[in-house]
Design a protein around this ligand. Structure first.
Ligand code: ARG
Length: 702
């Protein structure tokens, strides 16, 4: 004979809605009727007493939520993990519950201070005793789950709650006898839903609708085939009946005003242990360290947000706040996730924010050898635009050739270890590639607030300017271009054919002639249309002076392609006096190198257009070496290509009439890129005007 089922309840003598700690309590302060609450509680008590034993704990004045005994702790066998309430409004209940458990002969486990866990409100045993479902996200911390696993020696499946109305697991999740599960899927994130679906077969999952969920249908007490709840729709009743359950409804409206119903008002204190079941808790934890302007640059909030958004939880172990304006802060944060994959995902993003494992902890990165040319090991670390350092022999080694979307290869030369970014296609068998995320950090410039403000660029930082701001931005860019030219800096332009169509060609030609541009990147089209305009006065057949299509103009671009092909190259056309002006002409005349990358839609192409894309990428990369600033003028395709090859720290100006293109290009998460939404021809003409102003005689500004 099995032991009788026992519940713990607490009579509602002192029950009241006195404060707001969940959304249900909002607007309900002092709105519950004492008499009705007492009556409803007694009905529930009566129903349960009929089917099980009910113990009582003495209610205490001043602790109105003590009626919700589900939150006393979590019982398994003779062990109980006592709750640590998140809100001070309920913390005073803890000693009374502890006393009751001790008097009954339970072994009471207590979690570390400041590690919230709200008992059986957030931890529900599979009714077959196979594992423990544990919730986190609102009241209980994920970090409490490994303690449950250890102390109760049971596997814990962590589920993340995401809807604040369903702040405790038992408000939206109810394991039933026979392996059935009554639950409200939208209350969980998709990862948790996947976990549930992996454990409970479709026939056993009874997913309820919102209307039932807000009636606390999941907050049910299950005793064998009986399910006691506040209320169920006909549809839900039918489904439960079909699954062999008998539903007992009992109104609990007065308690719902505090955010609880049947299940919350009870705690099952007899939970048999299955001796063959043991702990196996996948929760992973790591400590990271962050340094810098964590607060005023918003880094710490971004870091914590991304941890939570990706299903993890955190604990700030220490935070040294830089007190002066210039001083930096540092923080150590413990990150926990319910699975290894989530940890890797979160760590990758944290590394991008500059986080690092405390140096004393990791001495070496993980390396795995390449076994097939051009293919990295599965778990390879994907590089970003940020300067990166990796841990080799307990030392930080700077990664060379930084660019995004590569792998990091580590060589051990006789003197020093070398780390290098490599593209997948350049990997060779035997190369040792970094895998995982351990021992990697990205280095953010921790410049002081003053420095940051002194940089002309940063005030426009990563914003997208349109209309009114364009002139202001152009003024800044002109200033920057002039500075770069004077100190021998390097500016590369990537341009699309729109530059020519919008009348920007003469301006771009001038920038090249006057030494503001050190390299030009584009495709076949920019060169074709520039040459068409220089030789025939049209761009794609449109007369550039009158703005109207010219008769037979659509053939113009093919004519010029043919002409250049006859000459042999653009440079040869210039030498032979065939090409006498325009952007390409100025490049040749002023020894400004250019690279034209081909594409599937190219006509011709021009002899200079590189149709081997791998070679074209290499040509681009070569011209980009040592670049200080890139002007991206109305070409999404080539600009994205360029962006991928460029490490952080290079200033980027993206100009396009289409805001979404600008956002896409300037959204590299680096402060050095700015976007300008405007007509590119107009932009270039303003830019040239501004440069003229800087070159002209000094005039006091009005
Ligand atoms: N007012 C209580 C609170 O917010 C309600 C607790 C309901 N209990 C539960 N197991 N869901 O803490």
């Amino acid at each position: 004979m099995t032991d009788p089922i026992r519940f713990l309840m607490c009579s509602p003598n002192h029950y009241e809605v006195d404060y707001v700690i969940n959304p249900w309590m909002e607007g309900n302060i002092h709105k519950s009727s004492h008499d009705r609450a007492v009556e409803q509680w007694h009905k529930l008590h009566y129903i349960l007493k009929d089917r099980a034993l009910v113990d009582l704990v003495d209610p205490q004045p001043g602790w109105p939520d003590m009626v919700f005994t589900a939150n006393a702790g979590l019982v398994l066998g003779k062990n109980v993990v006592l709750s640590r309430f998140l809100h001070k409004e309920r913390q005073g209940e803890e000693p009374y519950f502890k006393q009751w458990f001790e008097q009954q002969g339970y072994t009471v486990y207590e979690l570390p201070k400041d590690l919230p866990f709200e008992g059986a409100g957030d931890a529900l045993l599979d009714r077959e005793g196979r594992w423990l479902w544990a919730g986190y996200g609102f009241r209980s911390e994920l970090d409490s789950h490994p303690y449950l696993a250890k102390w109760l020696d049971i596997e814990v499946v962590s589920l993340r709650l995401t809807d604040e109305r369903f702040y405790h697991l038992d408000t939206c999740f109810c394991p039933l006898a026979g392996g059935y599960l009554l639950y409200y899927p939208p209350a969980f994130d998709s990862y948790s839903n996947r976990l549930i679906e992996m454990r409970v077969t479709p026939e056993k999952r009874i997913a309820i609708e919102e209307a039932d969920a807000v009636n606390f249908a999941c907050n049910a007490v299950n005793i064998d085939h009986v399910v006691v709840m506040n209320k169920a729709s006909d549809n839900l009743k039918a489904r439960l009946t079909e699954a062999g359950f008998e539903i007992v409804e009992t109104p609990l409206m007065e308690f719902m005003k505090a955010g609880g119903a049947a299940k919350c008002l009870t705690l099952r204190v007899t939970e048999p242990v299955r001796t063959e079941i043991h702990a196996n808790q996948p929760v992973e934890s790591r400590v990271i360290r962050m340094d810098g302007h964590l607060l005023d640059a918003g880094i710490i909030s971004r870091a914590l947000d991304l941890i939570v958004e990706n299903g993890g939880s955190f604990q700030i172990l220490n935070f040294n706040l830089g007190e002066q304006r210039q001083s930096t802060s540092s923080a150590e944060v413990k990150v926990s996730t319910p699975s290894h994959e989530q940890m890797e995902e979160i760590m990758t993003q944290l590394i991008d924010l500059g986080a690092v494992a405390p140096p004393q902890e990791v001495c070496d990165i993980n390396l795995e050898a390449v076994t097939q040319d051009g293919v990295a090991p599965d778990d390879f670390y994907v590089t970003t635009i940020y300067p990166t350092e990796v841990r080799v022999n307990c030392q930080w080694v700077k990664v060379q050739n930084q660019r995004m979307d590569g792998a990091i290869v580590v060589f051990h030369t006789s003197e020093e270890p070398i780390a290098q970014c490599k593209l997948l296609r350049d990997l060779k068998v035997g190369d040792r590639v970094i895998t995982g995320v351990e021992g990697i950090r990205t280095v953010r410039k921790a410049e002081s607030r003053e420095q940051r403000n002194a940089q002309e660029f940063s005030f426009m930082g990563s914003g997208v300017s349109s209309e009114r701001r364009v002139e202001l931005v152009v003024e800044q860019i002109a200033w920057e271009l002039r500075q770069l030219r004077d100190r021998g800096g390097r500016v590369v332009v990537t341009a699309g054919p729109v530059v020519i169509h919008t009348g920007g060609s003469q301006h771009l030609a001038r920038l090249i002639r006057e030494g503001y541009v050190q390299g030009l990147l584009g495709g076949n089209a920019i060169a074709v249309h520039d040459i068409e305009q220089s030789m025939m006065g049209t761009s794609l057949g449109v007369d550039m002076k009158r703005g109207v299509p010219v008769r037979g103009g659509h053939r113009h671009h093919l004519k010029v392609i043919n002409t250049i092909r006859r000459c042999g190259s653009i440079a040869a056309a210039v030498e032979q006096g065939v090409l006498t002006k325009g952007v390409m002409y100025e490049c040749v005349k002023n020894n400004v190198p250019f690279a034209l990358a081909g594409s599937i839609r190219d006509d011709g192409p021009l002899p200079d257009t590189e149709m081997d894309l791998i070679k074209a990428q290499a040509d681009y990369a070569k011209l980009l070496e040592g670049t200080d600033m890139i002007l991206m003028l109305s070409t999404m395709l080539h600009s994205i290509g360029v962006g991928n090859m460029t490490p952080a720290g290079v200033k980027m100006v993206c100009v396009d009439i289409n805001p979404s293109v600008v956002t896409k290009l300037s959204d590299r998460g680096s402060i050095e890129s700015i976007g300008v939404v405007t007509d590119v021809g107009l932009f270039l003409s303003l830019l040239v005007q501004q440069l003229d102003k800087l070159t002209g005689p000094y005039r006091k500004s009005a």
